[in-house]
Design a protein. Structure first.
Length: 216
């Protein structure tokens, strides 16, 4: 029996991707499923951006406000329309806002032109009225839930010819968050076909190109 020559070159081992292609594909698909499960509903886990700067007078005032009065989520609602429509729908809107909290949630505080006291500045013109609302919840809760709740109440209680516009820190933060997510999704849809073409040119195989594309 002839012994192999030790000086003869040995055969090179195939890379793992070529030696066990099926196992690599199964492992890649399993990793994609696991990462997709861990990243589900990521937009619901985002925290709103804070404008507080530690050490400033505004930050100290915010801490004092929370210490003595609890959480605060203020909103301003501007009603625009005929005077008769404001006088008819305005009080009903205020009543609906005060009845909005569910069991266990703090009461909603409102300040409107229909309250007692010196509230004349809340009616700067016959066709305008300003309603101030505080839901007394945390900023995270306000961004995730209260903004939608307020918009739903306005949609139910304010009818043409009256028009309602609401704003607040939670509303602005929610708008920035939604726009950021929408922009990311649009950029991914634009980049995917371009990336697929590049990967096809590099790997020269649809299956090999789809694996890094799926991870992305």
């Amino acid at each position: 029996m002839r012994r192999p020559d030790p000086a003869a070159p040995t055969a090179k081992r195939l890379p793992l991707t070529l030696g066990h292609p099926r196992r690599v594909i199964v492992l890649a698909l399993f990793s994609i499923l696991v990462l997709g499960f861990l990243g589900r509903n990521v937009e619901d886990k985002l925290n709103p951006t804070s404008l507080d700067v530690p050490g400033t007078a505004s930050n100290k005032a915010t801490k004092l406000l929370k210490r003595y009065f609890g959480d605060s989520a203020p909103f301003a609602i501007l009603l625009q329309g005929p005077d008769s429509a404001i006088e008819e729908q305005g009080p009903k809107l205020v009543h609906a806002l005060r009845a909005a909290p569910e069991a266990g949630e703090p009461k909603v505080t409102t300040l409107s032109p229909w309250d007692k006291g010196r509230v004349g500045n809340l009616r700067p013109a016959p066709d305008k009225a300003l309603v101030l609302v505080d839901f007394h919840v945390s900023v995270n809760h306000a961004v995730r839930y209260t903004v939608d709740e307020l918009n739903e109440i306005l949609a139910r209680k304010v009818e043409p010819p009256l028009h309602a516009t609401q704003t607040g820190f939670a509303t602005l933060s929610r708008a920035i968050q939604d726009e950021s997510i929408d922009s990311s999704e649009r950029s991914e849809l634009i980049a995917l076909p371009i990336l697929l073409i590049v990967l096809l040119l590099v790997f020269r195989s649809p299956v090999a190109a789809l694996i890094p594309l799926s991870f992305g």
